[in-house]
Design a protein. Structure first.
Length: 335
C-alpha cells in the first residue's frame, strides 16, 4: 500500500492529477486540492532568497525555515482561493480549462465548498501565526511583505478587484514570486534588505511570470469569451506569445548582467546548461498549438504553460545550484 501511495504522490506532483482507476488516498487528494505540483516555483523563490542572504554573510536558519514553510502554505491557500472564487464567480465550470487538465476540487467532488473555505481559513491562520513569529524576531516589515502578498493572493480572483480580470494578474505574480518571496525571505533570513537584492529577484520573477502568461495563452479564447481581460487578451494572442519568448530570453540576459556587474557570482552562469531547453520551448511557442494532445501528454488542453513550466524547472534548479556554488566556492569574473 505504501509503495502504491508513493507512486500516486509522485504522479500527482508530476501531472497535477491521478490516473483513472487508481484509488485516491488522502495525501494525493490534498496534493490535488492544493495544486502542489507547482509548489516548486515557490520553493525556488524562497531558496533564492535564503541563498542570497547566506552569500551576504548574515543568515539565521530558524526564521529562514519558518519563512519557507509560510510561503508554501501561502501558495496552497492561494490556489484554493483561486478555485473557490472562480467557481463561485461562475468562471470555473466543467467545460472550462481548469476542470479539464486536472480535477477541480469542488467540481470533481474532492471536497465540498464549505470544506474548501475551511481549508483556506486554516492555511491563512497558519500563515498568520508564522507571520507573527517572524515579526517578533525581524520587526514590522515582515507584516508588510505578508500583507501585500495576501492582498494580491485574495484579490487576484476575489471581487471587487479581480486582478486577473483587469490585466494585472501577471504583474501580481511577478511581484509575489520576485520581490515579495525572494526579498521577503532574504529579509527574514538576514534581518536586512539591501537594494542589490531587488535586481537579483528579477530573473526568476520573469520565469514564473512566463508560466502564468502561458496558462492564459492556453485559455485565451475561453477567457476572451467570458470577458476575463488577462494580459494576453489585452495584448492579443501573437504579441503575448512574443512577450513570453522575450521574458524567457530575459532570464538569461539579466543573470549575465548581474554576474558582469558582480551582483551575483560567476557560478550562476550554470543556467547556460538550460539553453537547449530554452531553444526547444521557443520553438514550441513559435509553432501553432496542436489540435490534439501528443501521446501521453498529461495536462491537455494546456500546452504553452506546460512548456514554460518545463523550462522553469530546469532553469530554476540550475540557478539554485549556481547560488549554492557561489556560496561554497566564491568566484567572480575577473573584471
Amino acid at each position: 500500500m505504501l509503495v502504491q501511495n508513493w507512486q500516486n504522490w509522485v504522479e500527482v506532483m508530476q501531472t497535477a492529477t491521478l490516473s483513472r482507476g487508481k484509488e485516491m488516498d488522502v495525501v494525493s487528494r490534498w496534493l490535488i486540492i492544493t495544486r502542489a505540483a507547482v509548489f516548486t516555483m515557490t520553493l525556488t523563490s524562497g531558496l533564492i532568497g535564503g541563498l542570497l542572504a547566506a552569500s551576504a554573510g548574515t543568515f539565521s536558519w530558524t526564521p529562514f525555515l519558518a519563512a519557507l514553510v509560510g510561503l508554501v502554505v501561502a501558495h496552497a491557500a492561494n490556489n484554493m482561493i483561486n478555485d473557490y472564487f472562480d467557481l463561485t464567480g461562475g468562471v470555473d465550470t466543467t467545460e472550462y480549462y481548469r476542470a479539464q487538465y486536472a480535477p477541480h476540487p469542488i467540481l470533481a467532488g474532492l471536497i465540498s465548498k464549505a470544506g474548501l473555505r475551511n481549508a483556506i481559513f486554516v492555511a491563512n491562520a497558519i500563515d498568520a501565526g508564522i507571520a507573527v513569529y517572524l515579526a517578533s524576531v525581524r520587526g514590522w516589515p515582515v507584516l508588510a511583505f505578508a500583507g501585500l502578498g495576501l492582498f494580491i493572493s485574495v484579490f487576484y480572483v476575489a471581487p471587487p478587484i479581480r486582478l486577473k480580470h483587469i490585466g494585472l494578474g501577471e504583474a501580481g505574480v511577478f511581484l509575489v514570486w520576485g520581490p515579495l518571496m525572494i526579498g521577503g525571505t532574504y529579509y527574514c533570513a538576514a534581518g536586512t534588505l539591501p537594494l542589490w537584492v531587488f535586481p537579483a529577484c528579477l530573473p526568476y520573477a520573469f520565469l514564473v511570470t512566463t508560466v502564468l502568461i502561458g496558462k492564459h495563452l492556453d485559455k485565451f479564447e475561453q477567457d476572451q469569451a467570458k470577458g476575463i481581460h488577462t494580459l494576453p487578451v489585452l495584448l492579443g494572442y501573437q504579441p503575448a506569445i512574443q512577450l513570453n519568448q522575450a521574458l524567457m530570453i530575459g532570464f538569461y540576459v539579466i543573470i549575465l548582467a548581474l554576474v558582469v556587474t558582480q551582483v551575483l557570482g560567476a557560478w550562476t552562469l550554470l543556467v547556460v546548461f538550460s539553453l537547449p531547453r530554452l531553444v526547444t520551448v521557443l520553438k514550441i511557442y513559435a509553432a501553432p498549438k496542436p489540435t490534439a494532445p501528443p501521446a501521453n501528454f498529461p495536462v491537455w488542453p494546456l500546452w504553452y504553460v506546460a512548456a514554460a513550466f518545463y523550462l522553469n524547472k530546469l532553469s530554476g534548479a540550475l540557478f539554485i545550484l549556481g547560488l549554492v556554488l557561489n556560496l561554497v566556492l566564491p568566484n567572480r569574473l575577473p573584471f
